[in-house]
Design a protein around this ligand. Structure first.
Ligand code: CO
Length: 291
């Protein structure tokens, strides 16, 4: 058994996306800052409506999946297929763009705090042209548990073993990348330890307080709003650094396929990107709208 070490840190950069939403981007700020199959990780967190009110008006995607997780606030998404859903505090939305989706993601609030994350997960080549699909996840669909050691978890994807014969499973299931997505709140002095599939790429992202990552005798500090890339191993150990902390823990099976990205299109070859741009221009990116 080996505990995963903190290999390196991707410091977030402030970015603006959509129609002017301020966010912190860790993965995805450059092509080198990816962690297969994760393409991008954005955190948006602000009490100032100027930072989020413009939202993400209609825009396309092809070739990957998104997971949006809302800590606080309300957002509405709508797509050209007539699908409409609402994201509320503590809820999530999984979307597989597949061959194409054109959607908008807009705040449903004019004041107050909006805080959440969007993760982009690549699709294997054989699934990039599937029909688009959605799953709206209300807060009550996300299992929560208090673990020994002072950790409270919310599990969005994957499995967590609570005891030898009791486990919980997150509502986002069936991804061929076997996504594991855990929101972990650590009490001061709290500790989280769990099995993780060897060979899967992993990362921790503290968003309140810092955490110590790695074996107790050789842990390294990961400060808030940084993405800590984990080395290989079959266990992960996270501890609160000073006072309480809260972090995302992600892992997934790498695809090991070539990536060619042009903005919201992520394919395997340049020819497929050119096809996506041509399809978008001709209105053929997506399946036809429902009647
Ligand atoms: Co989008």
């Amino acid at each position: 058994m080996s505990v995963r070490a903190l290999m390196h840190t991707v410091h977030t950069r402030t970015a603006s996306d959509g129609a002017g939403v301020r966010l912190r981007r860790s993965l995805g700020q450059t092509a080198a800052a990816r962690l297969d199959p994760f393409l991008l990780l954005d955190e948006f967190a602000s009490d100032n409506p100027d930072d989020y009110i413009a939202g993400f008006p209609a825009h396309p995607h092809r070739g990957f999946e998104t997971l949006t997780y809302l800590i606080e606030g309300r957002m509405r998404h709508e797509d050209h297929l007539g699908h409409r859903g609402e994201l509320v505090s503590g809820g999530a939305q999984w979307m597989s763009a597949g061959r194409g989706i054109i959607h908008s993601e807009m705040p449903l609030q004019e004041r107050g705090r909006l805080h959440g994350f969007q993760l982009w997960i690549n699709l294997p080549a054989r699934e990039k042209m599937k029909p688009a699909a959605y799953r709206d996840i209300t807060p009550d669909m996300i299992p929560e548990a208090d673990l020994d050691g002072g950790a409270h978890v919310r599990l969005i994807a994957g499995r967590l073993e609570l005891t030898e014969d009791e486990s919980i499973v997150g509502p986002v299931r069936g991804l061929s990348t076997e996504l594991w997505f855990v929101d972990i709140a650590l009490l001061a002095g709290g500790r989280f330890e769990h099995h993780v599939n060897p060979g899967h790429n992993g990362l921790a992202y503290p968003f309140a307080g810092g955490i110590m990552v790695g074996p107790d005798e050789n842990a390294r500090l990961l400060g808030p709003q940084q993405a800590g890339i984990l080395g290989d191993g079959d266990r992960v150990v996270l501890r609160a650094h000073a006072g309480p902390a809260r972090c995302l823990l992600l892992a997934a099976r790498p695809l090991n396929e070539p990536i060619v990205q042009h903005g919201p299109f992520v394919m395997n070859t340049q020819a497929e990107i050119e096809q996506a741009m041509r399809d978008f221009r001709l209105g053929a990116l997506t399946d036809p709208p429902r009647q």
